[in-house]
Design a protein around this ligand. Structure first.
Ligand SMILES: O=C(O)CCC(=O)C(=O)O
Ligand SMILES: [Fe+2]
Length: 420
């Protein structure tokens, strides 16, 4: 049996669409309370064209026992925020309920990524009942809000065009300054726990991370990486594997060269387009002496497994400091080099695939609490939102077929029709 997402698929909405604002309106209409007069306003620049050609936003007025929604932003509110649409979407995708520490870290990481200063006055001036109501509205909406389906728009607004060009040209890219030292420290610590007590000669990997704690959910939902994954392997892509590698001195984890399509899995000839991609997080430095990955630029065009006996000649070392993420088209030939200095190199490897590929790891029975503390993007990555493997005796899962079609999971060009 697969886990049912906490919110019916039909209730999912796109950020700041009419359907989104209708949902907020209905929710605030049902809120019970007594509020001091206070208003909050959000204005978002640069929405995708299918949402609006103008700046979008809304204002919530708390007054006495009622809350009203106005479908435009104002500078007159007690608290007003101006944000880029995609940045605001991610900040509004954070579920806080039962998830405080993780939510706080997500917020810090997203603000850092999008260069948004945290306003001290946000917290201090807000009357407590208003804050509580806003948190409730926030969680209600975060569990319902899908990602922006306009991939071109996301690439432009996140400044990722060079990365997309790299994928076309060499098959790999490096995202610099993609996560904080604090986040790296937390992951290193937790990875060490997962790797502890391995028998001598045991694997250098710890896998199935989504079943090992909420830290790994946070990493999986990285705005740049999900955008790049969607660029390479399509909307509605799946999590194929999530694992950490801890490499010690002298250890050679990947001798020679391989493609991540692997001789055991994806049949030759490989398709012209990418079907699987890996994002490798440098939780520690990946400099020359730390045993960095080596890659053969452009080798994805061979569209086959690495022939036996191929050496690392002609490869490039992916050297990157802690906080960077390397990502490649999985058909690209790569390998690694031994660490030559004392210490350990910890890395996180998140692999995403097209939604009709069978992932190595299985998350269809994931703990419902995990879905409940995340936006719908996580449910899609766990293969819960598509119709595969869910037919009954009277046909396919038509709710999921409809959802996938509406979400554009099978489309590459025109945008899906969410909000119309
Ligand atoms: O750890 C490395 O440097 C390479 C890992 C690798 O080949 C992979 O994650 O696919
Ligand atoms: Fe690999």
């Amino acid at each position: 049996m697969f886990t049912q997402p906490p919110v019916p698929l039909g209730e999912r909405v796109e950020f700041l669409s009419d359907a989104y604002l209708n949902t907020v309106e209905t929710f605030v209409g049902g809120l019970q309370g007594s509020w001091p007069n206070f208003s909050v306003s959000l204005r978002c620049a640069n929405p995708p064209a299918h949402i609006s050609s103008e700046v979008v936003g809304y204002t919530l007025d708390f007054r006495g026992s009622g809350v009203t929604l106005t479908r435009s932003a104002t500078n007159e509110a007690n608290l007003s925020q101006d944000l880029d649409y995609n940045a605001a979407l991610w900040l509004h995708s954070i579920v806080k309920n039962d998830n405080e520490a993780s939510a706080a870290r997500r917020e810090r990481e997203y603000r850092r990524l999008f260069g948004i200063q945290s306003k001290k006055s946000d917290q201090t001036d807000m009357p407590k009942p208003v804050q509580q109501a806003l948190d409730a509205i926030g969680d209600h909406m975060a569990r319902r809000t899908v990602d922006n389906p306009d991939i071109t728009h996301k690439i432009a607004s996140f400044g990722l065009q060079q990365c997309a060009d790299d994928f076309e040209e060499t098959g790999y890219t490096v995202f610099h300054d993609a996560f904080s030292d604090d986040f790296a420290d937390a992951m290193r610590e937790e990875a060490a726990r997962n790797h502890a007590g391995r028998p001598e000669g045991g694997s250098f990997r710890a896998t199935m991370l989504l079943k090992r704690g909420s830290l790994w959910e946070e990493a999986l939902l990285h705005p740049w990486i999900l955008t790049a994954a969607e660029y390479l392997v399509g909307r509605g892509c799946l999590l194929y594997q999530t694992d950490t590698i801890v490499k010690t001195t002298g250890q050679e984890t990947h001798p020679g060269l391989h493609s991540d399509y692997a001789a055991s899995r994806i049949t030759e000839p490989f398709p012209e387009f990418c079907i699987l991609t890996v994002a490798v997080w440098a939780i520690d430095d990946f400099l020359s002496e730390h045993g960095p990955t080596v890659i053969k630029p452009g080798s994805f065009r061979e569209r086959r497994q690495v022939p036996a006996g191929t050496t690392q000649e002609g490869t490039t070392r992916i050297e990157m400091p802690q906080g960077s993420i390397a990502m490649w088209n999985g058909a690209t030939w790569h390998g690694s080099t031994p660490r030559t200095v004392a210490g350990k190199r910890t890395s996180l490897h998140n692999t995403y695939c097209r939604n009709y590929i069978r992932p190595l790891e299985q998350y269809q029975d994931i703990d419902p609490a995990i879905l409940s503390r995340n936006p719908p993007m996580l449910s899609s990555l766990c293969a819960l939102d598509d119709a595969f493997g869910k037919s009954g005796y009277e046909g396919a899962d038509f709710e999921r077929m409809g959802y996938a079609a509406r979400s554009g999971f099978a489309q590459s060009g025109p945008l899906p029709q969410w909000s119309r």
